[in-house]
Design a protein around this ligand. Structure first.
Ligand SMILES: Nc1nc2c(ncn2[C@@H]2O[C@H](COP(=O)(O)OP(=O)(O)OP(=O)(O)O)[C@@H](O)[C@H]2O)c(=O)[nH]1
Ligand SMILES: [Mg+2]
Length: 225
């Protein structure tokens, strides 16, 4: 028997301080373009890209947010239903790295994922082409280990390792979808089971059985007869 697979769309959110290169990373990955000109993102922006993972075609909906506090009013609406969150910092800015802890906490608070401890975060250190580095790979890796995130670094400008974090985000997001689908199925089975038990033990003389296959009508039967 063959099953027709539903197309999957994964929502990936990019967050981090202003100027770290969120828009640049997204544009490099989706459009293969880069500009040195800085135009702060106002509100949010999203781009889609289709990728193939384990023979499955998945659409990535990549949401680029504004790092500037002035444009962050959309947070709760935007973060909800996300499948993966990418925390971006600039390796030449210690402050942008330190800020990720707050960004992550704020994300979990606003997004309210089903299982916060298991929600996938990908940390991206951008601008590795620059020489005045302030955050070492080791330091970033150490923090990622503490919070259970995966770490990638590269350069949107030089097109260095930009694809890897997105593919990893897609894989983690896909796992999220599968986990929540199986949880839903388990809950449904549990509900069916408790419904069944309620019916069987109506009282000590009678029991109740489903009258139709759809369980919409019920029949009380007397055990004593
Ligand atoms: N050298 C270098 N510069 C980069 C790189 N990525 C981005 N930039 C530059 O950094 C500046 C900010 O990049 P954006 O992508 O606009 O940053 P952002 O995080 O989207 O900023 P907001 O929209 O304000 O939150 C721009 O001038 C980019 O050209 C990189 O990998 N290397
Ligand atoms: Mg931007």
């Amino acid at each position: 028997m063959s099953f027709k697979k539903e197309p999957v769309t994964l929502k990936i959110i990019l967050i981090g301080d202003s100027g770290v290169g969120k828009s640049s990373v997204m544009n490099r990955y989706v459009n293969h373009r880069f500009t040195n000109m800085y135009r702060a993102t106002i509100g949010t922006d999203f781009l889609s890209k289709t990728v193939t993972i384990d023979k499955d075609t998945v659409t990535l909906q990549i949401w680029d947010t504004a790092g500037s506090e002035r444009f962050q009013s959309l947070g709760p609406l935007l973060y909800r239903e996300a499948h993966c969150c990418m925390l971006v910092f600039d390796v030449t800015s210690k402050a942008s790295f330190s800020a990720l802890d707050v960004w992550r906490k704020e994300f979990l608070f606003q997004a309210e994922p089903q299982d916060p401890a298991d929600f996938p975060f990908i940390v991206v250190g951008n601008k590795t082409d620059l020489s005045d580095r302030e955050v070492s790979r080791g330091k970033a890796l150490q923090w990622c280990e503490e919070i259970g995130a995966e770490y990638f670094e590269g350069s949107a400008k030089e097109d260095l390792d930009v694809e890897k974090p997105f593919l990893r985000a897609a894989l983690s997001g896909l796992r999220q979808v599968i986990t929540s689908a199986s949880l839903h199925l388990r809950e449904k089975r549990h509900q069916d089971l408790s419904l069944c038990l309620t019916c069987l033990f109506f009282d000590d003389k009678r029991y109740i059985t489903p009258y139709s296959t759809k369980n919409t009508h019920w029949k009380i039967q007397d055990i004593s007869r």
